[in-house]
Design a protein around this ligand. Structure first.
Ligand code: GLA
Length: 729
């Protein structure tokens, strides 16, 4: 278990409870990848393939014509010596050349995990029996040392990887590309790929296509992990489905531009990798300096896509989230954005607080518009002082109004941004990301502060700490509403300009680390025009994310389904909003809106003052129901049963950690003539457990799994049902 090294075979064997990951050192210097997959006891020595016609695959070993980097699987491929696939590393040396020849030098094994400097990571705990293997490769000519870190979390069934580069030479080295993880699958090209793509209001849609005979790159060049692609890529067997089959996946713990790639060459060698996006990135490494890559999480499952997701969910819930809120049930919030947008005053907010406390809501969130001269999205960002014209009694009065009713009080910030029409911009125009002499493109009328500058971090830290402490704020919604353009930083030298975007993310993480340490009990939720930065980097600091600005329950089914591939339901902000829906114009019942929101971290976002008594009564019931099932939703096992992509109905279920409760959510998106003849098989239950539903009907676990449950008769489009079953024997 953990890490073992066979000194005769020169073989490293990393073992988790279900997985093996094997590497070998060939000829004392070439680190080859041997195997990743279902756990095996002992691996035979790596067998080199015979390549008869090798003139087009030149070999770097004159005595060993069988060694060509074109054909053997490599653990950390460089470019320039017969490996023609995408490399894990590319550098430029001081003489302008690019070729490096990293060779195995040494290795060490240490207990626990290691934090990548200044970056979020998976922290092992005592009892995980985790170990970290560090393999050192060195290029003797340039003095570049490459340390490959593998942390094996045995019980969690996970391996994390990262890379530390050190310049031990005498001249600077420019890093042009460094992947956090790369795996070569030897003699194995039988794959399809899955990625999560999207756009604003349609984040993390599932895309699955054959790998074919070419390369697939998914990436973000936006300076954020983005709505468009999530930093996740998986290889699956064509026969793999939600319940069966193999999945090999990677997720990057990073919130900026990234790249992930899957490719296959003519020798049947498949390469999967993930890391920083090499576009608009380089890092100037002076002698003795180090560069650390973000950490990648590698998850293998032989139990289909649900098997993979359950590993990620369990890992992130227990080892990624930090502090006070990491293991606590999350409060049900109400947010005033879709109720008022910018058009509110003290009275309106006080009335909303009062009414929400009557309904049983636990946290009131005041969204955009409480600060500076912010009556539209055209001005005010950066001026983090209370707008006394709008709120003459100040924030304190509102926070006290909530607290006196036993509710928490939260506030929206968009710290990384500045409006050109703001006092902050007028006094510090030089604080923005920009390229001298170039137009600064605006997005939503705003510019981006250069988070790489310490004075910017200090200004935000000072403003936010005073607002939070003076007004006793319990929750922060941290927004970020545009992507980067004209990326550059006037404080960096010319050879460091391409460091701007990564330095921005490091500065952002530094500020977040300081704030969450200062306010350990404040709950932070990240947001980027909805789910434009839904990634494990953000989740490390802020354990929940606003999943999407699209609050339409039908669209949300697809968004929450895709998001759940990697991220647990407790991390997904999911709100009941008004109808017709503000994004889609669709009308759905209050029941269905709640049945979708209850499958995540539930909240409300509508003007409750305009609701009828019947609607208020229904909301009261929804809230008391969610409070009863919240533990199972937020810490139970989530299982996808029927996909909303391309089908008229969909379903997912939650199973309490101790199996005492089952929540089956069934949604009928489009009514069909015989939809009442439907049944669904549950999974993950103990065969002999006896369950009873709300109507008193009893079922054994084996019956629910193998015969299935007759689905309720639903009528009309957008109907839904939540079936709750409790174990009675
Ligand atoms: C973004 C967020 C919304 C809301 C607005 C406020 O679009 O995603 O939820 O906070 O900003 O301007």
């Amino acid at each position: 278990m953990g890490v073992s090294f066979d000194s005769e075979k020169k073989q490293f064997h990393l073992t988790t409870c279900h997985t093996s990951y094997i590497m070998e050192v060939l000829l004392g210097k070439h680190l080859v990848h041997h195997y990743w997959g279902q756990r095996v006891k002992i691996a035979s020595a790596f067998e080199l393939p015979l390549v008869e016609q090798s003139s087009f695959s030149p070999n770097p070993e004159p005595e060993h014509k069988e060694i060509s980097f074109d054909t053997i699987p490599r653990e950390f491929p460089d470019y320039g010596r017969s490996d023609y696939e995408s490399p894990a590393i590319e550098v430029q040396l001081a003489d302008g050349t690019h070729v490096i020849a990293p060779e195995y030098q040494s290795h060490r094994i240490q207990p626990g995990s290691v934090q990548p400097k200044g970056l979020p990571f998976i922290e092992a705990e005592t009892g995980d029996s985790s170990e970290t293997l560090v393999i050192t490769l060195a290029d003797s000519f340039s003095g570049l040392t490459i340390e490959l870190y593998y942390t094996v979390l045995e019980k969690q069934d996970v391996i994390t990887r990262k890379v530390v580069l050190t310049n031990q030479g005498e001249k600077p080295i420019t890093i042009k590309r460094v992947m956090s993880a790369t795996v070569d699958f030897f003699r194995d090209d039988h794959f399809e790929i899955i990625n999560l793509y999207g756009a604003w209001a349609m984040e993390r849609q599932v895309c699955r296509i054959p790998l074919g005979r070419h390369g697939h790159i998914i990436d973000s060049k936006r300076g954020s992990s983005s709505h468009e692609q999530n930093p996740f890529l998986a290889l699956v067997r064509p026969e793999t489905d939600e319940f069966r089959g193999e999945v090999y996946s990677m997720n990057l713990i990073y919130s900026g531009s990234f790249q992930a790639e899957a490719s296959v060459n003519a020798h049947g060698k498949t390469r999967l990798q993930i890391g920083l996006n090499p576009i608009d990135f380089s890092w100037y490494l002076q002698p003795d300096e180090k560069f650390t890559s973000p950490e990648a999480v590698l998850v293998y499952s032989s139990r289909g896509l649900n098997g993979m997701s359950q590993i990620y969910h369990q890992l992130y819930r227990t080892r990624l989230y930090k502090g006070y809120w990491s293991k606590r049930e999350r409060p049900i919030l109400i947010n005033n954005w879709e109720a008022t947008y910018f058009d509110f005053d003290q009275d309106k907010i006080e009335q909303l607080i009062e009414e929400s406390s009557r309904l049983g809501i636990e946290l009131f969130v005041l969204d955009d518009g409480w600060f500076g001269k912010r009556n539209s999205d055209k001005s005010g960002l950066g001026d983090w002082w209370v707008n006394r014209e709008k709120l003459p009694k100040g924030l304190k009065a509102l926070s006290e109004a909530a607290h006196s009713r036993g509710m928490m009080f939260g506030l929206w910030f968009e710290p990384e941004m500045v409006s050109p029409d703001s006092d902050l911009y007028r006094s510090h125009p030089e604080w923005c990301l920009s390229v001298p002499g170039r137009y600064r493109s605006e997005g939503r009328n705003q510019l981006i502060l250069d988070m790489g500058r310490e004075e910017v971090q200090d200004y935000l830290y000072q403003r936010m700490t005073s607002i939070i402490s003076e007004n006793n704020i319990n929750y922060i919604k941290w927004d970020m509403n545009r992507n980067m353009t004209e990326v550059g930083s006037p404080i960096l030298s010319s050879e460091r300009q391409k460091e701007s975007s990564h330095r921005y993310i490091l500065g952002l993480y530094r500020l977040l680390e300081k704030l969450i340490s200062h306010f350990p009990e404040v709950l932070f939720e990240s947001c980027s025009g909805g789910g434009g930065r839904f990634d494990p980097g953000m989740l490390y600091y802020m354990p929940q994310t606003w999943t999407s600005d699209n609050t339409d329950s039908v669209e949300r089914l697809k968004i929450q389904w895709g998001t759940s591939y990697v991220y647990p339901p407790i991390s997904m902000g999911a709100h009941v909003s008004a109808c017709p829906n503000h994004q889609m114009g669709r009308t759905t019942s209050l029941k269905t809106r709640a049945n979708v929101a209850m499958a995540g971290n539930m909240g409300y976002e509508l003007d409750i003052l305009t609701l009828s008594d019947r609607e208020k009564k229904e909301i009261l019931q929804q809230l008391s129901l969610y409070k009863k099932i919240r533990k199972t939703v937020q810490s139970g096992k989530f299982i996808r049963l029927r996909s909303p992509y391309g089908s008229a109905s969909s379903a997912w279920m939650f199973l309490a950690e101790d199996q005492s409760e089952i929540l089956l959510f069934f949604y009928l998106t489009l009514a069909t003539p015989y939809n009442n003849f439907d049944k669904i098989r549950l999974t993950g239950l103990e065969e002999d457990s006896l369950y009873q539903d709300q109507s008193g009907q009893q079922y054994y676990g084996d019956y629910l799994m193998y015969s299935g449950l007759n689905l309720p008769e639903l009528k009309g489009d957008f109907d839904s049902q939540l079936i709750i079953m409790n174990r009675i024997g």
